[in-house]
Design a protein around this ligand. Sequence first.
Ligand SMILES: Cc1cc2nc3c(=O)[nH]c(=O)nc-3n(C[C@H](O)[C@H](O)[C@H](O)COP(=O)(O)OP(=O)(O)OC[C@H]3O[C@@H](n4cnc5c(N)ncnc54)[C@H](O)[C@@H]3O)c2cc1C
Length: 231
Amino acid sequence: MTRWHVARLVKVRDENATARTLVFDVPGWPGHLAGQHVDVKLTAGDGYSARRSYSLAGPEGVELTVQRVPDGEVSPYLTLDMEPGDELELRGPVGGWFVWRPDGPAPVLLVAGGAGIVPLMAMIRARRAAGADTPFRLVYAVRSPERLCYADELLRPDPGVSVTLAYTRRVPEGHPRPPGRLTAADLGPYGEADCYVCGPTGFVEASAALLVGLGHDPARIRTERFGPTGD
Ligand SMILES: Cc1cc2nc3c(=O)[nH]c(=O)nc-3n(C[C@H](O)[C@H](O)[C@H](O)COP(=O)(O)OP(=O)(O)OC[C@H]3O[C@@H](n4cnc5c(N)ncnc54)[C@H](O)[C@@H]3O)c2cc1C
């Protein structure tokens, strides 16, 4: 098991009104692959501690993006209260299956629901950092335009990366797709690809079923569920 590190918050960036990116300085961090996550531990003065998992948002350094869950125990602290200079403990990197390596030659299909964009953004960033030309397609389901993370970066042209935004509840003016859950039409037509699906449990299960229905080999569909985590 990897050891706990003390991580000092050095920078925050609001992605939207409910999600924040936190950049940490972690002496001794061993490095990681795109798609891996960390376990974060917060400890109160009386010794009570809470642990949650958060995906690494980029290929280098320890950068997390946290979507605030109303009434949550940990995410409101990370997105509203924690300030540069504050410290927490984290352990990682964790996970060896839901990862993408820049030398992977197969085309990649990324399917994100809500905060599930975080490890998939790490894969897009890793591809760019490595100068890889693997074709990438991202389908990103998000409730409304206000909930988009990494909007500037995703809407900027990135050769070889195509981005489809699927708003589930409210679309911006002029958006061609009506609001609604992901359908096979959003994910298809079938083309050979390594698939990575990440988001809330129900979203991941429904999306993986759509991919299998389109003809994707289940052995090439990797999933990461962002259900509630903790001790
Ligand atoms: C491998 C992994 C990676 C993750 N990466 C990220 C990430 O990059 N960014 C991110 O924002 N989150 C991520 N999560 C989710 C994260 O670990 C927490 O579950 C989330 O931040 C809520 O914690 P909390 O303490 O604020 O809420 P809690 O106190 O745990 O929960 C409060 C209430 O909200 C419900 N709830 C908890 N989590 C969710 C959820 N995800 N969606 C809807 N309702 C929920 C609970 O059932 C409960 O009713 C990841 C989870 C896993 C398993």
